[in-house]
Design a protein around this ligand. Sequence first.
Ligand code: 13P
Length: 255
Amino acid sequence: MRTPMIAGNWKMNILKDNDDFPEQIYVNKINEAIKEKDVEVAIFPPFTHLGLIYGLADELPDNKSFNVGVQNISDNEKGAFTGDVSAELVSDVGGNIVILGHSERRSIHKETNEEICKKAKIAIKNGLQAVICIGETDEQNQSGDTLKVISEQFEKSTPSDIDVNSVVIAYEPVWAIGTGRTPSIDDIENIHSSLRKYISQSRGEEFANSVRILYGGSVNAKNGAEILGLNNVDGALVGGASLITEDFVKIIKSL
Ligand code: 13P
């Protein structure tokens, strides 16, 4: 009912012509894995690599489930915004998906839920699927506020009256990102199912049952299968392990 999505967020990494990371092999191996499983993959390279990765993916004979996108867009549609990249520019060169409200943008660039919501509306208007990230800090987790924090982030960052297929939610506990720590398997399932219940109250049962909720934060080739096996986990948003071809492919194949 919900096709799982495995997403790779490269963050600000990978130079071209890198012998340790041949993009052509990366794209080909991912595509072989896609064919074995009922899965959608989304790759989020830096802006500078979007054309390169899209070009490689576009040459694949059957590439419907291979999405390429970016890690952020401007909250303006076009014009005099030096240094910004709009949704329309991304779409123009083949991107069809964007990560919005990643915790690194919320904390480093002080992005607010309202800005993220505005970006999501612009993304969707320009044909990009919006992967909206939510997640609590260590402190919020310790004080038992996880559900309160993430449901508020969901509510304010996700536009209302949208087609469910235009968004994906990524639950990424801030304290699990790049740390090698993850919530327990039971906690991941409980948080995802509680979030889905919240979404059902807020956006209706049909929307809640159809929207994909990915888990992100220290997903790797070892823990991928267990996390992806959970009922309310519809895929993963992978950082570090998405830069190791064998590990990323293993995560896809562990579905
Ligand atoms: P890691 O998988 O490196 O913990 O990063 C997760 C993340 O931030 C993906 O967006």
